[in-house]
Design a protein around this ligand. Structure first.
Ligand code: SAM
Length: 233
């Protein structure tokens, strides 16, 4: 399967594992774009809340209808309530509706961030939301030599593409700053035989919270994102 579906499938496996480990009820999907992850979320058992966030309101206006129930969804009764919200906002800024999330997902998001939001993202995710698990994926620039016609980055809007060493440095540094977390870094989408030394097409970092959440100061308990859609299944 193409690498983008491998990214979603691996993320869906994390939802399943998380469920076995005590629950995956609330999921936040930062940089949700066309909200493609939603189909995987809908199939994951036990999920009660899904919040899709993107900074691009035009994109959300166009694609937020994807979270509406389909005829198929009326055929089987859910055993749990399921609330879906689509919010317009930045991963760099807090919104109290995201607190208490079990799994935060940011698939192919960080490479679209300028230095300032990239610098502010960790406090929002690891300092405030403090999910049990946080998943980040990003291109592996070591792998780019395999794209014969590639000049520059893989996408016009990428602000950077990191080597495996750079991504690992970023992840390791975050667990130093947020010692309540540990991290595992690996790859998705291996290249052809003989290219093993370049790693995989996509890199993934999975952060796990080790202890209870820290107290959140009241000043952060505000709803700052714009509600685009709110659906109860
Ligand atoms: N996660 C999507 C998926 O799996 O299909 C793809 C993500 S797309 C490559 C990157 C998205 O990040 C874009 O939709 C862009 O609008 C969004 N984005 C950029 N800066 C952001 C920010 N500060 N906060 C939230 N989303 C942002």
């Amino acid at each position: 399967p193409p690498v983008y579906t491998q990214r979603y499938s691996l993320t869906a496996r994390i939802f399943e594992q998380k469920k076995l480990l005590g629950g995956c009820k609330k999921i936040v999907d930062f940089g949700c774009a066309e909200i493609a992850l939603f189909n995987y979320v809908k199939q994951a058992e036990g999920v009660e809340e899904y919040i899709a966030v993107d900074i691009d309101q035009e994109l959300l206006n166009r694609y937020s209808c994807r979270v509406l129930p389909l005829t198929f969804d009326y055929l089987s009764d859910r055993t749990h309530p399921f609330n879906v919200k689509v919010l317009c906002g930045s991963v760099a800024e807090p919104d109290s509706r995201l607190f208490g999330t079990d799994v935060v997902v940011a698939i192919e998001l960080i490479e679209h961030l300028y230095p300032e939001p990239l610098e502010d993202l960790p406090f929002n995710i690891f300092g405030l939301i403090q999910p049990d698990v946080a998943v980040f994926t990003t291109p592996n620039s070591d792998f780019n030599v395999l794209f014969r016609d590639l000049i520059g980055f893989r996408h016009d809007d990428h602000k950077f593409e990191w080597s495996r060493e750079q991504f690992k440095d970023w992840a390791d540094n975050l667990v130093v700053r947020y010692p309540n977390y540990e991290v595992e870094v690996s790859g998705i989408g291996p290249g052809p035989p003989g290219s093993e030394h370049l790693g995989c097409c996509t890199q993934i970092a999975i952060f796990f919270r080790k202890g209870p959440r820290n107290h959140i100061d009241d000043v952060y308990c505000k709803e700052t994102y714009k509600l685009i859609r709110n659906v109860d299944y």
